[in-house]
Design a protein around this ligand. Structure first.
Ligand code: IMP
Ligand code: MG
Length: 179
């Protein structure tokens, strides 16, 4: 598959994304009620979403970045999650909010939630994903917060890449040719 920008069809517009982010942030601001939060951004895909979301959060916030990979640099999941860099501070007693771009099979989410469970006794651990591809799920993971449900297409933009490209698009789209 070879994607050209002119072949990308918009699935979720910039405005829809930004409105949804404000909605999610409002909910978080209400539910955390001023308590400190450790936001954990899963690189690289979630970085655009995490940064935009963080700007609307009004509790004391620390941002951590970890790097995992489960895709082969292409459009299919390898089925195995690799912890590329998962160094984190001590999160015992902290409110942990994991931010992902998309939950697909759910293996990455499961890996992370198990990792938190094994290593820390957090005050709370919540999972937030901009996109939820429920149809591809092979685990019983459900996000605490999500923006949009997407169907079985390979989507790109707003952090999501194809072979490293298109993360910088302001919208989420899919390739209308070849897939
Ligand atoms: P999971 O472990 O199968 O849930 O996959 C999660 C990761 O796969 C996400 O964090 C993305 O990096 C990547 N991914 C899954 N679906 C897509 C897609 O449609 N486009 C781009 N990346 C995707
Ligand atoms: Mg990702």
């Amino acid at each position: 598959m070879n994607i050209k920008t002119e072949d990308i069809k918009i699935l979720i517009s910039e405005e829809e994304i930004q409105n949804k982010i404000k909605e999610i942030a409002d909910k978080m601001n209400r539910l955390y009620n001023g308590e400190e939060v450790y936001l954990i951004c899963v690189l690289k895909g979630a970085v655009v979403f995490a940064v935009d979301l963080a700007k609307h959060l009004n509790m004391p916030l620390k941002m951590e970045f970890i790097r995992l990979s489960s895709y082969n640099g292409n459009t299919s999941s390898s089925g195995k999650v690799n912890a590329v860099d998962i160094s984190l501070p001590n999160l015992n007693g902290k409110n942990v909010l994991i931010i992902e771009d998309i939950i697909d099979t759910g293996l990455t989410a499961k890996f992370l939630l198990d990792f938190m469970d094994l290593n820390f006794k957090t005050k709370s651990t919540k999972f937030c994903s901009l996109l939820d591809k429920k149809i591809s799920r092979v685990t019983d993971i459900e996000p605490d917060y999500y923006g949009f449900e997407v169907d079985d297409k390979f989507v790109i933009g707003y952090g999501l890449d194809y072979d490293g490209y298109f993360r910088n698009l302001k919208y989420i789209g899919y390739a209308s040719k070849n897939g």
